[in-house]
Design a protein around this ligand. Sequence first.
Ligand SMILES: Nc1nc2c(ncn2[C@@H]2O[C@H](COP(=O)(O)OP(=O)(O)OP(=O)(O)O)[C@@H](O)[C@H]2O)c(=O)[nH]1
Ligand SMILES: [Mg+2]
Length: 326
Amino acid sequence: MKKCRGCGAVIQTESKDKEGYSINPDNDLCERCFRIKNYGDYKLVEKDNSSFLNILKKISDTNDLVVLVVDLFSISDRILDLTKYLNNDILLVLTKRDLLPLSLHDEKLLSYKNKLGINSVDEVIVSSNKNYNMDLLIDKINKYKKSSNVYVVGYTNAGKSTLINKLIYNYSDLECDITTSILPSTTLNTIDIKLNDELTLIDTPGILDSGNIFNFLNGKELKYITPSREIKPITYQIKNTQYIMIDKYAKVTTSDNNLTLFFANNLKIDRFYKDKETNLVKHSIKVDANMDIVISGLGFIKVTKKGIVDIYTLDGVDVYTRDSLI
Ligand SMILES: Nc1nc2c(ncn2[C@@H]2O[C@H](COP(=O)(O)OP(=O)(O)OP(=O)(O)O)[C@@H](O)[C@H]2O)c(=O)[nH]1
Ligand SMILES: [Mg+2]
């Protein structure tokens, strides 16, 4: 049984539409990974959560260390829906630090962990893109691992495979890299990466995130809305009822509040004094002072005063609140 080196799917030559398809059983990459890597051409694979949950259950039967990768951009206590399946020691890795304001102190982000209620042995903030804190991370992995196997888990798109690729590049002579992409469900099965005799990192497919906007957009649109560098927040002081359009993806309306918007810099954000017709779906959100409203996968809004904020966004996209991150 040969597995694709890019996504972990078992290589098969029978069914072009199923995962792991390759024209040649001896190829190292399935056709899907080959096309992602060489042409940026992504093929969505229909997945359900049961195979991922089975993997989590198997991990839970070991006492190996789990590196839990959480995307700082969309962090919330929903991560507990995943950790409830695990009995293992958890090293919490908060990634994509490069997207949040540089002026923010890492200590503040680290202390956010207490609000989530995650029981971790330690935590570290990293950015794979900027190669930030990788030495600290590998030291902590070596410190807390219980055996040579260390599992890397998290929601889909959190940045698990990108992180492992960085560790391969920094700390081994291996000439391989795992397939990564902007779309969900890139990794399809476990992938063992033996960094050295003492440490094997095991990449896993991410748990699905059904309310995330990435389920409703194509690759081109997703590239457009996904931040690729430090977000420059925009603050509006709202006195009477006003409307803010976040490109064509969301509309926000409230009266008498201060809103700070954290979205990709290239999104077109405008304020209006009259309502605009859209096909977006309304969520009336009751907020306390200093909360964030998260539009799953798109961005978040820091709200300073208690009140009601109406958020309109694409049908199916989750809108939820959390204690303010920043
Ligand atoms: N800005 C930024 N983007 C990152 C970082 N790490 C990963 N990404 C991006 O996040 C997206 C998802 O990355 P992957 O590594 O494929 O995520 P994954 O967790 O392996 O996803 P699945 O395999 O679907 O579970 C890609 O577009 C990456 O470029 C980071 O440190 N900073
Ligand atoms: Mg992956």
